[in-house]
Design a protein around this ligand. Sequence first.
Ligand code: PEP
Length: 254
Amino acid sequence: MKDINKLIIANWKMNPQSIKEVETIFTNVSKSIKNIKNTDIVICPPFPFLFLKAKIKNKFIKLGSQDVFYEKDGSYTGEVSTSMLNNFGVEYILIGHSERRSQGEGNEIINKKIITTLKAKMFPIFCIGEKERDNNGFYLSFIKQQIIEGLSNITKIQVKNIVIAYEPIWAIGANATREATSLEFIETRIYIKKIIADLYDIKTANEIKIIYGGSVNPLNARIFLEEGNADGLLVGRDSLNPKKFCSIINLASK
Ligand code: PEP
C-alpha cells in the first residue's frame, strides 16, 4: 500500500558555510516541528555537516545526502560511499540533481548510483526535469529517456523505494525564468506515472511517490501539494530559512 505521508525535502546545496549556521538552522527547524502529522522531513546538508544531525533529537527530521558514489570503496578521490553515509544515519540520497547533471553526470551514472543506493537499503530521490518546455513537446521524450535509462535493471520491488522528484530546470534556483503551475506539475505527474506503468504496472505507478521541486516557497507550496496532488516537495533556497521551511512543512502537515 502507498505510504501516504508527504515528503518535504531540504536541499541545502553548498550552504551554509559554518557549523554555527548549520546548528542554528537545525535547532530552529527542530523547535518548530514538534507535532507534525503525516509528513516526513528530510534534510540534505553538505557532506561535512552530516554529523551535526546527531545533536538534534527530533524524530520527525531524517537525514539525506546530496549525492553518493556507486562503488563500495577504493581509489576514487573525492567520492563518498553508501556505507560512509550510513554511519551518519543517512536514509535518503539525492541522485541526478540538475546541478550534478550539469557537471557531466549522465543517465548511466545516475542509474548506477540508484542501484547502489537501493542495495544499501536507502531511498534514492531520483531527480528528473527538462531544461525548457518547448511547444512541440520534445521535453516529454527527454523526461521519458531520463526515466527509462535511470531505472534500467531496477526491479518492480525495488522501484517502489524510489522517490521521483520532478524539477523543471527552468523553475529552479535564482536563475529560474518563471514558476511552474500546478497544471504543469499535474500533466508531468500523469506522464511519469504512464511511463512507470508501461515499464512495470499500474499498481507500481500508483505507489511510487512523485514530488515537485523548483522555487518552492510558503506561497506556492499549497498549490503543488493540494491542486497538484504532489506527494511532497523538494525545497532549495527556502529550506535554508527555518521560518519559511517550517511554514512549508506546516502546509504539508495539515
Ligand atoms: C533545487 O535545486 O532542488 C531547488 C528546488 O532549488 P530552489 O528551491 O532554490 O529552486
